[in-house]
Ligand binder design. Structure first.
Ligand code: ANZ
Length: 846
């Protein structure tokens, strides 16, 4: 083995060149042996998008998945650890447009490059299961999935206001619009457009998506569970019907506060709703014109702007009135942008005394405010807001009209007929009961979650398997005619223009109707790529099955995924969609579980100069880093930089230090002189203790993802073994061999090339990954003692042998009771004792 001239750093490049072909020939990571009876684990990394080559920021995730896959393999499991590419999507298409090339070319060139880099990086993938979502053999099953949802009534088309990205010229799912109203993809300010689009009815699964999160508590990051909960956003309340003068149908509103119904003083509808349009129909110009002007202004606003609490309220009256069902009062109906068309029913009862936005609106337009919950009347069982002895605030100081602050809190009902005197909590169910009895309302739940908009007006995606007949019917493509394969791009203009480029592929788009053969047209839209990634974990189980999306027997064996690894940027979208589709597959009887990913690890980001590493900001290319430091040094240095959930700065990653450490570990393996048959369970005891403590602790460290601590412990053992060889029992000692073998076995999780080389030098056959984990000997785990120093007035007076886990109280008692210590204190009084268990006791006298 050649070594460079500084610090014995070996040529790790040579190790890579030596071992990669050995692994390729041995294929120790394949999982397709039907006779394999080991228990199974499925470790999955979120599959990559092929946007150019990998940088070291990407490598963190795949490295962590690899540590875990290698660990479970050593623990005796048959571990499935597959890789594939999420290879449809806009960047390929945009790059292709820029260069006038085919998106296929760009995509598959990048995949080849990433694949090569993953292979070099020594990730233990089962390379026989590679899939690409842009292959017809994959996306035909997206189309199949679409047809199943269609049959179940879960895929449908409707006209609605959608998020429009004016740069990419395509619609976006709500989830793809950032809180500031810009597109997650292009950064453009998202507009609203009314279009006919395909949706998946994910809202039908809202309760299950929410309730099943309980299954994931403790194994998914709490933050991700909270984000899923918020996104689904279930509110409990009631629907209330208000009769409208001059209209047959009532207006239904959703409210979380039915107890405040007596305080409703006006109603508001979303300006862009069909209801608003209908209510102004035939209105005089004095109403219709301001309304039209207001509507066009609202259409350019983002949802976030509209909902912002501290915004000046705007709106226009519609000249119509509704009747409050509980007291018959006439309520004027307004249109205002703070009410959204697609939340609840798109109409609200406004209760300005108790809702801040309603109050702001009432104050702006001089509408009445009526308090119906009195906060000065304490509610039994509630901690009183007014301290005893303090004067009760007079009604005036709580009047929202005076203070400008709505009363959202507890209190007793007033001005509310039969509800008077009740607490808010009691008044809500009571009001619901009354509404139900009168037939003017009912208890209801509402969700923030919207149906999933899945159609896109772009080329590089899965064609939607629907045919539109000349007489306006939509006919599903018969399943035996799948896949509907994308046409060639030759002569096709891919530039975004608001309609799908596929619509211009005349030969492709024109087909005979499956019903009667008359001329018809294919649906020209393609699917959101989140459809592709919503079920890919199942396709890995039988990736080349030409007869079905996945083999249910294989799914039973392997799924759900035991450990999923990926970025927190997918905390909402991807995970929610995969959870939804899994439940649909469950309902179809195709899988026997309802959650796809039993455990989730979110790796932290790799930052460079304090910013997320990316190509454009000069991210460090993984291939180049491998050339410079070698695979193992990068893996060790990244893992050592901190807990995997935390962000790490590339500036704190020191592969050169890791190279030196790995060189030292490797040198140990060359130095061991005892033969392979030397008995474990003998040899230098101090060293054996260090070895066995590592063996005992490593599983816990790995399973709680503390790879940084694990590496520190391997370093500790490496130092101890070096000392034993150089100045202890020497290289022939059985304890030395045991220590070095343990280093190789544990290192094989993080530094597979070094570990493999060590293993060979220790006299074994490749591959180290085929050797099992070793058990710690419990007799070597018994605690040792540590030396505690006792000082009196700054001078060391005694040394005590104590347990490393001794408590401060016990140690103080031992120290002050010690003869020598008592003698040196003499007759003086002890002023202060400072204890730092288990190492120091410091006594000060007066
Ligand atoms: C009367 C009321 C009185 C309300 C009160 C609140 C407090 P969450 O919790 O988010 O579900 N709302 C209903 N539909 C709306 C829409 N399309 N756009 C804007 N706001 C809408 O909020 C439910 C509450 O938000 C509902 O309860 C309604 O106002 C408002 F003291 O009704 B409430």
């Amino acid at each position: 083995m050649a070594e460079t001239d500084h610090d014995d750093v070996p040529e790790f490049q040579q190790l890579q060149a030596k071992w990669l072909p050995v692994w390729d020939a041995l294929e120790p990571f394949r999982t397709d042996d039907p006779a394999d009876t080991r228990p199974r684990k499925y470790v999955l990394d979120m599959f990559p998008y092929p946007s150019g080559d990998l940088h070291v920021g990407h490598s963190e995730q795949y490295m962590l998945g690899d540590f875990l896959a290698r660990y479970w393999r050593q623990r005796g499991f048959n571990v499935l650890h597959p890789i594939g590419w999420d290879s449809f999507g806009l960047p390929a298409e945009n790059a292709a447009i820029k260069r006038g090339a085919d998106p296929r070319q760009w995509t598959y060139d990048n995949i080849a490059q990433q694949r090569e880099t993953f292979h070099r990086f020594g990730v233990s993938f089962d390379w026989t299961r590679v899939l690409h979502t842009s292959d017809p053999e994959y996306y035909r099953w997206n189309q199949w999935l679409f047809l199943q949802l269609y049959k179940m009534g879960l895929a449908y088309r409707k006209d609605s206001w959608v998020n429009w990205d004016p740069v990419d010229q395509t619609v976006l799912a709500n989830e793809q619009v950032l809180p500031d109203g810009t597109s997650e993809r292009s950064g453009a300010v998202v507009e609203k457009k009314k279009l006919t689009q395909w949706y998946f009815r994910i809202t039908a699964y809202a309760d299950r998506l929410l309730d099943d999160l309980k299954q994931l508590e403790g194994t998914w990051p709490a933050k991700v569970l909270a984000m899923q909960r918020n996104w689904i956003g279930r509110s409990n309340g009631a629907e209330v019907e208000f009769r409208v003068e001059g209209r047959d149908e009532p207006i239904t509103v959703f409210t979380t506060r039915p107890d405040t119904l007596y305080g409703a003083t006006f109603m508001v509808v979303a300006p862009e709703s069909d209801l608003a349009a209908e209510l102004v129909q035939g209105a005089p110009a004095a109403i219709a014109e301001p309304f039209a002007a207001y509507l066009s202004r609202v259409q350019s606003e983002t949802e976030v702007e509209r909902l912002s609490a501290d915004r000046v309220k705007t709106g226009v009256p519609l000249g119509r009135h509704a009747i409050n069902p509980v007291n018959g009062e006439r309520l004027p109906i307004w249109a205002a942008d703070y009410v959204l068309a697609d939340y609840g029913t798109g109409a609200i009862m406004a209760v300005p005394a108790h809702d801040q936005r309603d109050l702001d609106f009432a104050r702006a337009f001089d509408l009445p405010v009526r308090v119906v919950v009195d906060p000065t009347q304490p509610v039994t069982g509630m901690i009183p807001v007014i301290a005893p002895g303090e004067p009760m605030p007079d009604a005036e100081s709580a009047d929202p009209l005076v203070t400008g602050v709505a009363i959202a809190g507890e209190g007793r009902l007033v001005n509310s007929g039969p509800l008077n005197g009740l607490s808010k909590a009691n008044a809500i169910p009571r009001m619901i009961k009354e509404l139900e009895a009168a037939g003017t309302g009912r208890g209801a739940k509402n969700y923030r979650l919207r149906d999933w908009l899945i159609s896109r007006q772009r080329f590089w995606g899965t064609p939607i398997p629907i045919i539109h007949t000349a007489d306006g019917r939509e006919v599903p493509v018969p399943e035996d005619q799948l896949p509907v394969v994308l046409p060639e791009t030759e002569g096709l203009d891919l530039k975004p223009k608001g309609t799908s480029p596929l619509g211009a592929a005349e030969e492709w788009v024109t087909v005979p109707s499956p019903i009667d053969g008359s001329p018809a047209r294919r649906d020209a839209d393609t699917m959101d790529t989140f459809v592709d990634s919503s079920w890919y974990f199942l396709r890995f189980l039988s990736p080349h099955d030409a007869t079905r999306p996945f083999d249910p027997t294989e799914a039973e064996k392997w799924a759900p995924v035991d450990q999923y690894v990926g970025g927190v940027e997918h905390a909402i979208l991807h995970l929610l969609y995969a959870r939804f589709i899994t439940k649909v597959l469950y309902d179809l009887g195709l899988v026997g579980f309802t959650e796809p990913f039993s455990a989730l690890l979110n790796q932290g980001m790799v930052l460079s100069g304090g910013q997320k590493m990316s190509k454009s900001r000069g991210g460090v290319d993984l291939g180049t880093a491998i050339d410079e430091w070698g695979v193992d040094a990068i893996r060790v240095a990244m893992a050592f930089a901190g807990p995997p959930e935390d962000a790490i700065n590339w500036e704190d990653v020191h592969p050169t230090g890791s190279m030196k450490f790995l060189a030292r570990a490797l040198r140990l393996a060359s130095d061991v002189t005892s033969s392979r048959d030397v008995a474990w369970a003998s040899g230098d005891e101090a060293l054996r203790r260090v070895t066995h403590r590592l063996l005992a602790d490593a599983p816990g460290l790995v399973e709680s993802f503390k790879f940084n601590v694990l590496i520190a412990r391997v370093m500790e053992l490496t130092n101890a073994a070096r000392k034993a060889i150089d100045s202890g029992p020497g290289p022939a000692d059985a304890g030395v061999r045991e220590a070095v073998e343990t280093i190789a076995l544990v290192l094989s999780l993080v530094a597979p090339f070094t570990a493999e080389e060590m293993w060979e030098r220790l006299g074994y056959e490749p591959s180290v990954v085929l050797y099992g984990w070793r058990k710690a000997d419990p007799t070597l785990l018994v605690e040792e003692s540590v030396t505690a120093v006792v000082q009196v007035d700054g001078k060391v007076r005694a040394r005590l042998e104590v347990s490393p886990t001794i408590t401060a109280d016990d140690l103080e008692r031992l120290a002050t009771g010690n003869d020598v210590v008592q003698r040196s204190v003499g007759g003086r009084r002890i002023a202060r004792v400072v204890v730092r268990a288990p190492k120091v006791v410091s006594i000060a006298t007066e």
